[in-house]
Design a binder for this molecule. Structure first.
Ligand SMILES: [Fe+2]
Length: 186
């Protein structure tokens, strides 16, 4: 976020986490809120526009993932407010504050949509994992626990996405030889 003071502003609260720590935690959570909203709409974009022989299963999978992200949007925003913070959750704020790149608008095939989402889920997973450590260091085990819950699901979803790509990636690494075992992956 460009304006850290703005995104970390606090209301008075009786909560026992010091204001200085809460202000830093709120800033991290607002970054996550922007990225999660962005990733949810990008996943919906894939849900609507994917084409190809795997259309139906990808259309369904992307919708399921978008639904999970929608739940996390709410959980993250409400953790901000539970800490006395102000949630920055409009579409415009998400677009301007997200750590993720814009979704490619010129792709159609299922594999290209899966690749675009896997790239973005990997960046998002890294952000979430870093936030677990940061919020834990700031003395907020509850926010770290929320991030841990999100992290576990995002890693699983990255697996679901990459499982569509790994056979081709292993084959590419081994030349024309058929993919045999995961041990061939570095
Ligand atoms: Fe739909």
């Amino acid at each position: 976020m460009s304006d850290n003071k703005q995104t970390s502003r606090l209301y008075p609260s009786r909560i026992d986490i010091p204001a200085e720590a809460r202000s830093q935690i709120v800033a991290i959570l607002n970054q996550t809120l922007a990225a999660t909203l962005d990733l949810k709409t990008q996943t919906k974009q894939a849900h609507w526009n994917v084409k190809g022989t795997d259309f139906y299963q990808l259309h369904e999978l992307f919708d399921e993932i978008a639904g999970e992200l929608e739940e996390y949007v709410d959980m993250v925003a409400e953790r901000v407010t539970a800490l006395g913070g102000y949630a920055f959750g409009t579409a415009r704020l998400a677009a301007s504050n997200s750590i993720l790149p814009e979704y490619p608008l010129d792709i159609l095939d299922g594999k290209d949509h899966v690749t675009a989402l896997a790239d973005r889920f990997a960046s998002y997973a890294k952000h979430i994992r870093e936030a677990i450590a940061k919020t834990d260091d700031l003395g907020d085990a509850d926010t770290a626990d929320l991030y841990t819950e999100i992290s576990r699901t995002i890693d699983k979803r990255l697996w679901f996405l990459e499982a569509h790509l790994q056979v081709a990636e292993i084959k590419a690494e081994n030349g024309s030889a058929a993919a045999k075992t995961p041990a061939t992956v570095r």
